[in-house]
Structures are given as C-alpha cells and as structure tokens.
Design a protein around this ligand. Structure first.
Ligand SMILES: NC(=[NH2+])NCCC[C@H](N)C(=O)O
Length: 403
C-alpha cells in the first residue's frame, strides 16, 4: 500500500522498499557525443528512446511490487514552483566563470522569467550558446564560443540517483560529488529536498559542500551500521566526515571505511558488492578475499576511534552483530566474472530480503543468485548500462520498512 504521507526513512539495504526516487532519462542524454562522452562519464552514446523504454520498464517492475516511484524531473519542477527555489535554481544554472559577467547577467535575467518546467529542463539538460534566446549579443564570450558549446552543462548522470543523495535513517545526505561532470547535481538535489513539500521537513545528514562522498559508496549494512567505499569517488576525508556527522546525529554507531580500487570498473562500493538479504551480499569474486575495512566508532566525547584494517566480511559481521555475512557465491570463472562485474552484475536493488532487481544480461550471476534462493527480477539495460550503472545506481530509496 502506497502511503504518500509516510515520512522518508531508510535504515537498511533490504527492508521492503516503499518509495524510491528515480530519474527517467531525458534530453540530457541527447547531449552526449563521441567527443564529450568520456568527460560526461558515459562509455558509449545511448539510444535515448530505448533507454527511456528500458527505464519505464524498470519503474513498472517496481510499481508492480507496490513501490511508489517518484521521478526526479517532476520533483524538481514541483520544488521550483516555490519562488525561493526558482531564484536558487537560476543561481545554480549560471556559472559566471564560464559566461563572464555580461552574459551571466543576461542568462540570469532570462531564466528568472521562465516557468518552473523550463528552468527544470535547463538545469537537467543544460543549454548551448545557440539555444540562448536573445539575439546576437555583443558579449565576447558569446562571439568566441562555438554555438554548440554548453552555456549551461547538461547532467546526464542524474540517471544515477543513488549517487547524488542517500537517506540514512530519517535524514538525507546530499552528496558532494567528485567528478566535475556531476558536481552541479548537488544543487539540483538540494532544491528538491529543500522545497518539495514531501521532503521539506527532512533533516539533513552531512553538509553537501564537505569532502566528497557519493551514495554509490554508502551502504546501510544494518540499522546503525554503515559501510563507506573509499576509492575513485568518496575520499577518506569524505568517509571520515560522514562518519562524524552520523555519529553526532546518533543515526549510526559503526562505520566501516572500505578501500576499493581507484578505477572506472570499481568507481563505487556498489559496483563490487550489494546486499541481497539481511545477512547476505552478492560480491565480485575477486573482491571477496581482498576487501578490507577500517572500523570507526564514536568515543563518546566527540571523537572517533579507528581500528583495523580487518577483512571486510568479518568486520561487517561483527559490526552487524551476526555470526557471518554470507556471500552468495557466483562461482564464476575470472573472465565471466569480470565481464558481468563491468555490466553491473553485482549492482542489484533489493525490493525486500531475498528479492532483487538485476540486469538480465548478467545471466550467469543471476542464475547463481536464483540457485541460492534469491528471486531476481530481470530488467533490460543495454542502453541504460552505457553510463556504467545498474539497478542500485539508478535508484535512491526514500522509504523502506524496518526489518
Ligand atoms: N552507484 C553507482 N555505481 N553509480 C554509477 C554511476 C555511473 C556514472 N556514469 C558515473 O561515472 O558517475
């Protein structure tokens, strides 16, 4: 039963999912070209119509299981109806360092006059110089830029709502994203959480302008227990300050900082490991024995005590207060394992303990999960996956039942 009045709260990875924030891919994906895709963090140029169909099917699988699907574009539009949000949105769209003073002023005054829907579109899909509505301006910046250069950058990675914000208990942490191509996502999520009626009253965890953390690295192993991947995206400083913030707010008692290889294939902790049940994970076989963790706990007087490193699986089990964290053995040969890891085989989204959504293409990983008693709801992802993200990356749970 969908209850739109229930306040957001997430205290595990696997509690029955009630509401989730997704972003249906839009015009921002049409900005990708072979010249900019690397910088914009896509590995190829997605076929946008098909990506939308795949995404619609993903949302339908979730709705079919009683999950309320909130779409980021709608939420942003609603937030921008508030005049204060609109003003902040204009401010977030205009980068004076890119446009120079004169052009920045004209773009600002133009955007101030547009409606919430148009501003939302500019914030997500960006704007090229040739799309600027006013006729030939005399600005040097305008004259010297190629008409197809971006006056406002597009945000194609909004699709991965996991990374830009994460709920920890009843608080939301808005990420401080590492890659330049994603930094402005912080402002978009900030607007949604500050001004959308559904979220307006939510308390914040962490400060969005602190050291880098990304939601793909944040895993709620159990109520009060967080694992934070530290690698290409989340920095050690980010993990430490998130730990301090959740300890200070009393929403976690243990944080595991988990070093992961700094590479594109393992950009976030959830590319190598996701939870499929309250005591079980699916994990990239090569990570199984090598993953380590530092354990952070509050000292009680405002400090943080760090121990370890110890093997991740035992540190996690201890922090969770269970005998053993089971790894569903995908038993794959190294080549298949590497192929399916790259295609987000380990990046599942749990809808309940033992029920996960996974990309259908990772046939072998899914088969092993099913053999271990996990129900896998397969979705197509040939186009969605071109940005290197699976079902967990593409979803930000805002409400899960407690288990
Ligand atoms: N949680 C995740 N694994 N997210 C995947 C994000 C992919 C995105 N293209 C990026 O590079 O940022």
């Amino acid at each position: 039963m969908i209850d739109e009045t229930a306040p957001p709260r997430v205290d595990s990875e696997v509690g029955p999912l009630r509401a989730v924030l997704l972003h249906r891919p839009g015009n921002e994906l049409k900005r990708l070209t072979p010249r900019n895709n690397d910088q914009l963090l896509f590995d190829s140029i997605p076929w946008v119509d098909r990506a939308q169909q795949e995404h619609d099917a993903f949302a339908e699988v979730l709705r079919g299981r009683g999950v309320e699907v909130l779409l980021l574009a709608d939420s942003l539009r609603t937030a921008l109806e508030d005049q204060r949000a609109h003003t902040a949105g204009v401010h977030a769209a205009v980068d004076e360092r890119r446009l120079g003073g004169d052009l920045a002023d004209s773009v600002r005054s133009h955007l101030t006059s547009v409606d919430a829907g148009t501003l939302a579109e500019v914030l997500m899909a960006g704007m090229t110089f040739e799309e600027l509505p006013f006729a030939e301006g005399s600005s040097l910046v305008r004259m010297m830029h190629d008409p197809r250069d971006f006056a406002v950058d597009p945000l194609p990675n909004l699709l991965f709502t996991r990374d830009s914000s994460a709920w920890i208990g009843d608080r939301v942490a808005i990420s401080s994203l590492t890659m330049p191509a994603r930094r402005r996502e912080t402002a978009v999520l900030d607007l949604v959480y500050a001004y959308h009626p559904r979220f307006r009253h939510a308390a914040r965890a962490y400060g969005a302008h602190s050291a880098p953390i990304e939601g793909g690295d944040v895993m709620l192993l159990a109520p009060g227990v967080l694992a934070i991947g530290v690698g290409e995206r989340t920095t050690a400083a980010g993990a430490e300050s998130l730990a301090r913030s959740v300890f200070a707010d009393g929403i976690a008692h243990t944080v595991l900082a988990v070093p992961i290889e700094q590479s594109r294939a393992t950009m976030h902790l959830d590319t190598v490991c996701t939870m499929v049940a309250a005591d079980a994970v699916v994990m990239y076989p090569l990570a199984r024995d090598s993953l380590k963790a530092f354990t952070l706990r509050p000292t009680g007087d405002g400090g943080v005590k760090v121990t370890g490193p110890a093997p991740f699986l035992s540190a996690a089990a201890e922090a969770m207060g269970i005998d053993r964290l089971r790894v569903i053995d995908t038993g794959l040969d190294p080549v298949t394992a590497e192929r399916e890891q790259w295609d987000d085989g380990n990046n599942t989204l749990a809808l309940a303990p033992g029920v996960v959504v996974g990309y259908e293409r990772n046939a072998e990983t899914n088969e092993r999960l099913m053999a271990a008693g996990i129900e896998v709801l397969p979705i197509a992802g040939s186009e969605l996956g071109s940005g290197r993200g699976g079902p967990r990356c593409m979803s930000c749970p805002v409400l899960r039942d407690t288990i």
